[in-house]
Ligand binder design. Sequence first.
Ligand code: S3P
Length: 481
Amino acid sequence: MTSPLSPSITTAAPVASGHAGAPMPARAGLSPALKGTVRVPGDKSVSHRSLIFGTLAVGETRISGLLEGEDVLGTARACAALGATVERLGEGEWRVEGVGVGGLTQPDAPLDFGNAGTGSRLMMGVVAGNPITATFDGDASLRRRPMRRILDPLERMGVEVLDAAEGGRLPLTLKGPRDLVPITYESPVASAQIKSAVLLAGLGAPGETVLIEKEASRDHTERMLAHFGADVRVEPFGEHGRKVTLKGRPELKPAPIAVPADPSSAAFPVAAALIVPGSDIVIEGVMVNPLRTGLFITLKQMGASIEYLNERIEGGEDVADLRVRHTGRLRAVEVPAERAPSMIDEYPILAVVAAYAQGTTRMNGLSELRVKESDRLAAVARGLDAIGVHNRIEGDDLLVEGAGSVSGGATIWTPKVPGGGPVATHMDHRIAMSFLVAGLAALRPVEVDDVAFIATSFPSFLPLMKQLGAVIEVDAAEGAR
Ligand code: S3P
């Protein structure tokens, strides 16, 4: 691993180091009622984009609340390597002095995105709009992930793929043309990463770039394009889709960004409070953009008590404080496939909550889970097996049988998740966090094989969970901080 910050990024104080080498196993055990008020780190999607848009604007962009996880630091390093001045002023406080659309300089070394699909894919779109050559690389997990889905539209716009591993995977080298061709592209997958790569490339093309998606994916790129002064139009398309039209070659104006707390990180303490009896917690300032809240909708349908307090707009995003209380009345549901884009990263933790719910939860249409940081469909299923929870995969659907028993004339449900392990996490932060949460109310502790990758998205996960009362122990002395 590279150091958290390269010399090309100025920093007053170094940020905490993430995964550096040896795996760090950990164990989560039966915990007392979780209590307290916490704030989870900034949203990962908005954090990547704020650095990228800061780079593409002319002048100084100030960012507060930036997620200082490994994934986002990789994007910060890439922005610096491409000519922006990126400076850390204090905790979560950053400034970016941008070079403008089309103003990137050629990097003199490969860009290493570590574990980050979002960082690498969005930056491919950024590089495409500049007449430069750049090599993209990442860790073993990222090198396995499909990149053809990004290369296909970029090649149609005139980008040359000079070199790539088998199947168009990393490491790969792109050459942006002098004159990019604007295209109309109907995305084959509901993916904000594909959409964003095409739109970011479209910034460098003359004329209108149009992106059509049949199911709406997260819209942070569109919101930020408008925030930085681009001419962008979003219209409905079909029943659930959207059509985004972007006028190329704008001069983006620097704009301040306050990054709201990440709902995908909040998902873990939320789930923990729902399964640990007596819990009552508040998570402050969580982004509740409707394209990100599929998990909260699903949990409420299962009988969870999740209240949105102090709903407000912050930094152009809907935000609320979430109050979450244990009710002990979680029931299985069927989650429709069309909800997947609004909760794509939350299925592992939903599967854990489902293990504690009465009945069999069915999650439909999970094919995209197979190409995340790990094959999450398989990793979740094997993890559930390891902790004694019955489950099965039918095609692209996952079925999870709640583990427990009923009494009181079949009205009182008592979850009895056996626990155990070790759960294999496959370099996947969300698998690690999900199964640690699973252990907090299990009959026996749950062991996971490596918590080091949690630093990619939620570096404060362990202290924050412990602050709420969770019993989690990390084997390596370094990780137990
Ligand atoms: C992200 C989009 C999602 C998500 C990822 C972040 C983004 O991927 O899984 O963690 O910031 O655009 P897809 O939209 O490609 O499914």
